[in-house]
Design a protein around this ligand. Structure first.
Ligand code: NAP
Length: 278
């Protein structure tokens, strides 16, 4: 099959380009196609005529979105609609990457795919609105929500923690936000499987298990064999421009319905740290 990955230079995009074998895969960056430009999107998609489009491109700076709301909406919502419309014109199927930040975090059990959206940030709202619009344009599209992405080829939490741990005796990390860390390579494999199984609808795709950022940081420091102290603090003690959900653990049930299971985040972290060394 022929596949186009839009956002191929991002964290997930690079993993998709690395992992996808046996199909013809074309990767595009913002220099190849700016998804805000509907005409250009239509032209590129019409020329390539893919069977699947994976839309991984987004404005992903969650705090930056708060001060650049127009850009967040233009890329994350309107850009996604442009891609869906172009996909529809050529009969291509679409996987759209969305986020745990479409939820408000008020639950205390894992979010199911059908739970109500109630985003608390500009980024979350731009993704939630994209989901709604995409399901109108392409009712058969697949919306893959993921969370707390880490991996090679971009900025990510484990890298930041390891850098700080190397230069400080102690680190303060928030302990009142819970989610599912997700390794870009595992997510890429999951997305590829979703395409092969002709998936549609909303799917939650993360590594298995959950933790707080503090627990994740402690896991990173321990796995790297460092002695840096990691101290739990509250979100209030570390204010950020964008509000994050206190609890955004995504249930794996929707992914399991497609016969796909992802490894635990601890296993994923161990493999990522190994990958970093080599
Ligand atoms: N990172 C996370 O923790 C996380 C969590 C939940 C959901 N997600 C979602 O998962 C997806 C992948 O995230 P990621 O971390 O891999 O993203 P990323 O590393 O920030 O990469 C973003 C990608 O989008 C492209 N892009 C940005 N603006 C564009 C535009 N206007 N037109 C076309 N391409 C554009 C970038 O291209 P250039 O390199 O050319 O700029 C890059 O390839 C995103 O949809 C994101 O919202 C991520």
């Amino acid at each position: 099959m022929k596949v186009v990955v839009i956002g191929a230079t991002g964290l997930l995009g690079q993993a998709l380009m690395r992992e996808w074998r046996g199909d013809e895969v074309v990767g595009l960056s913002s220099r190849d196609v700016d998804i805000r430009d509907a005409g250009r999107v239509r032209e590129v998609v019409a020329n390539l005529r893919p069977e699947w489009i994976v839309l991984s491109a987004a404005y992903t700076d969650v705090d930056g979105c708060e001060s650049h709301q127009e850009l967040a909406v233009a890329v994350n919502r309107d850009g996604a609609v442009n891609v869906a419309q172009a996909a529809k014109e050529v009969g291509a199927k679409l996987v759209f990457l969305s986020s745990d930040y479409v939820f408000d975090g008020k639950k205390n059990s894992p979010y199911e795919a059908g739970d109500a959206r109630n985003p608390q940030s500009v980024y979350g709202r731009s993704k939630a609105e994209a989901e709604v619009r995409l399901l109108e344009v392409l009712p058969q599209c697949c919306i893959a929500r993921t969370s707390w992405l880490f991996g090679a080829g971009g900025k990510c939490f484990p890298d930041t923690i390891l850098k700080l741990a190397a230069s400080r005796p102690a680190l303060d990390v928030v302990n009142d936000q819970h989610g599912c860390p997700t390794y870009s390579l595992d997510l890429a494999r999951g997305i590829i499987e979703l395409c092969r199984r002709n998936a549609s609808g909303i799917v939650h795709a993360t590594n298995a298990g959950s933790c707080s950022w503090f627990e994740f940081a402690r896991g990173i420091v321990n796995a790297a064999g460092l002695t840096t102290e990691v101290r739990p603090v509250s979100t209030q003690q570390m204010p950020r421009p964008a509000r994050r959900p206190a609890y955004s653990v995504l249930s794996p049930k929707s992914l399991e319905q497609w016969g796909i299971a992802m490894p635990t985040w601890q296993d994923a972290l161990r493999r990522y740290l190994q990958e970093r060394k080599s």
